[in-house]
Design a protein around this ligand. Structure first.
Ligand code: HAM
Length: 416
C-alpha cells in the first residue's frame, strides 16, 4: 500500500490548516453581522438533484461529478457545489416559514474531478452564503458587499468584482434563439463539446474556455427587458452607495444553469489562471423549479483554498504553545501534570513532552516547541511548593514562583 493521497486531493497541514480555520472564523463573524445562520448539509445527495439544478450540460455535472450507484441501487453524487443541497434543505424543512430572513451560510468540501493544478483541486473548500426570498436589488448589493467586506477584513488585496446580468427567463428565451442561429451558422468554428451542446444550451458556449474568447467579441449580446434593466441599474447604484468598485463584464456567464439576473465573480490578478476567488448570482427560479415556493434568491461561493493562497505570505499569528511544562524528577510528574491543567484553566496554552525523560531532553523539546516560558518542577520545587519559571525566547533569569501563582504570573508576563 502506498502512503500517498489521491491526485487532486491533499492534506491540509499546519500552518495552512490554521489559516483555513482563521478564514472560517472571520467568515462566521461577518455572517453574524449580516444576520446569516449556519446550515450543515450532507456531502452526498441524489445525483438527480445536481443534474436538474446545476444543469446536465454544465462541466460540473457532465464531466466532473463523482457519481455512483450506492449499495441500495440509488444513483447518488458527492456534492460538486452546495446550492442545490441547500435549496433542497430549504424546501424539505420549510425554512422560509421560520419568521427570520432566510439567510444561510455553509462551509465545507466540494468535489469536482477537474484536472488538478495550482488553485484547482478535486476536493476544495467553499464558504457559501445564500439569501432566499428577497427579490430587491438591495439584496444583490448587500450580498456582494458582504463578500467584499469579508475579503477586506481578511486583508485580501488586488481583487476586482466582475458583474453582469443574465436577465430573466424571458430575456434569455429571446436571446437564446438569436444566439443559437448565430452559433449554428458557425458550427464548424466551435470546439467539439460546444458543437454537441449548443442545441441544448447555447449560452454555455459563451462560457467555454476555447470558444468564449472569440465569441465574446463577435456574438450578439443579451438585451435586457425593462424590468431586468432597472434591476441591474439599481443594483449598480446600490453597490456604488456601498462603496464597492466593480466592472460590468457582458461576457460573464458563469458555468451553472440556475442563474438569472445578477451574476458576479471576484477575481485576483495574483492567482494566475485559476483567478476566481468567489462567484455567485441570483437564482430566482431555482427554488420553485425544485418543487418549493416561488422564492427569488441570491448567493455566492468562495474558494477557501484560493483565498489561502492569497493570504499565506501575510504575517500569521504565532500558534506555538505559550508555556512548556517539565518534570525534573520522577516524583514531580503528577505536580507537573496538575500545572498543565492549571495553566490551561487560566487560558494559557501549555504543552509537555514526556515527564519520564531527562531534564535535558525535555528542555530540548521545550525549545523546539516555540514556547515563551518553561515551567519546571523538580525535587526542590516539590519541597518548596513552587515551580521554576524560565524564559526561553528572551534572556532572563530562572525564578521560583509559588505553584498556585504560576498561571497568573505567566499571564502577567505574556501580557507585558
Ligand atoms: P463556483 O463558481 O462553481 O460557484 O464556485 C465558487 C468558488 O469555488 C470559485 O470561485 C472558486 O474560488 C472555488 N472553486 C471552484 N472549483 C474549484 C476547484 N476545483 N478547486 C479550488 N477551488 C475551486 C458555485 O459553486 C456556486 N454554488 C456558488 C453560488 C452560491 N451561487 C449562488 N449561491
Amino acid at each position: 500500500m502506498s502512503a500517498r493521497s489521491l491526485r487532486g486531493f491533499r492534506d491540509l497541514l499546519p500552518p495552512e490548516s490554521e489559516l483555513f480555520a482563521r478564514i472560517e472564523a472571520r467568515a462566521r463573524e461577518v455572517f453574524s453581522l449580516y444576520g446569516y445562520q449556519e446550515l450543515r448539509i450532507p456531502t452526498i445527495e441524489m445525483k438527480e438533484l445536481f443534474v436538474k439544478s446545476t444543469g446536465d450540460t454544465t462541466d460540473i455535472v457532465e464531466k466532473e461529478m463523482y457519481a455512483f450507484t450506492d449499495g441500495g441501487g440509488r444513483e447518488v453524487a458527492v456534492r460538486p457545489e452546495g446550492t442545490p443541497g441547500m435549496v433542497r434543505a430549504y424546501i424539505e424543512h420549510n425554512l422560509g416559514q421560520t419568521g427570520r430572513n432566510s439567510k444561510f451560510f455553509y462551509i465545507g468540501s466540494m468535489f469536482r474531478a477537474e484536472r488538478p493544478q495550482a488553485g484547482r483541486y478535486r476536493e476544495f473548500e467553499q464558504i457559501d452564503a445564500e439569501y432566499i426570498g428577497n427579490p430587491a436589488p438591495a439584496a444583490d448589493a448587500e450580498t456582494i458587499s458582504m463578500l467584499l467586506d469579508l475579503l477586506g477584513r481578511l486583508g485580501v488585496e488586488g481583487c476586482s468584482v466582475e458583474l453582469n446580468s443574465l436577465g430573466c427567463a424571458e430575456c434569455r428565451r429571446n436571446y437564446r434563439t438569436t444566439l443559437l442561429d448565430y452559433l449554428r451558422a458557425r458550427r464548424e468554428r466551435l470546439c467539439e463539446p460546444c458543437q454537441g451542446r449548443i442545441e441544448r444550451n447555447p449560452l454555455r458556449a459563451l462560457d467555454c474556455k476555447t470558444d468564449g474568447p472569440w465569441l465574446s467579441g463577435e456574438a450578439p449580446k443579451l438585451q435586457l427587458c425593462p424590468d431586468c434593466a432597472a434591476h441591474f441599474a439599481d443594483t449598480q447604484r446600490l453597490l456604488g452607495l456601498a462603496g464597492v468598485p466593480y466592472n460590468v463584464n457582458p461576457n460573464l456567464v458563469r458555468g451553472l444553469d440556475y442563474y438569472s439576473r445578477t451574476v458576479f465573480e471576484v477575481r485576483s490578478t495574483l492567482l494566475g489562471s485559476q483567478d476566481a476567488v468567489a462567484g455567485g448570482g441570483r437564482y430566482d427560479d431555482l427554488v420553485k423549479s425544485m418543487g418549493g415556493p416561488a422564492a427569488p434568491a441570491i448567493g455566492w461561493g468562495m474558494g477557501v483554498d484560493r483565498l489561502a493562497m492569497l493570504l499565506k505570505d501575510k504575517p500569521q499569528p504565532d500558534t506555538a504553545p505559550k508555556t512548556f511544562v517539565i518534570a525534573a524528577a520522577k516524583e514531580a510528574g503528577d505536580r507537573a501534570f496538575e500545572l498543565l491543567a492549571a495553566l490551561r484553566a487560566a487560558g494559557v496554552s501549555a504543552d509537555f513532552s514526556n515527564f519520564a525523560l531527562s531534564l535535558r531532553s525535555q528542555m530540548r523539546s521545550a525549545d523546539k516547541s516555540g514556547a515563551a516560558y518553561a515551567l519546571i518542577v523538580g525535587e526542590d520545587e516539590l519541597k518548596a511548593g513552587t515551580a521554576a519559571l524560565k524564559p526561553l525566547k528572551a534572556p532572563g533569569e530562572q525564578t521560583a514562583v509559588p505553584f498556585a501563582e504560576a498561571p497568573a504570573r505567566v499571564k502577567q508576563l505574556l501580557g507585558a
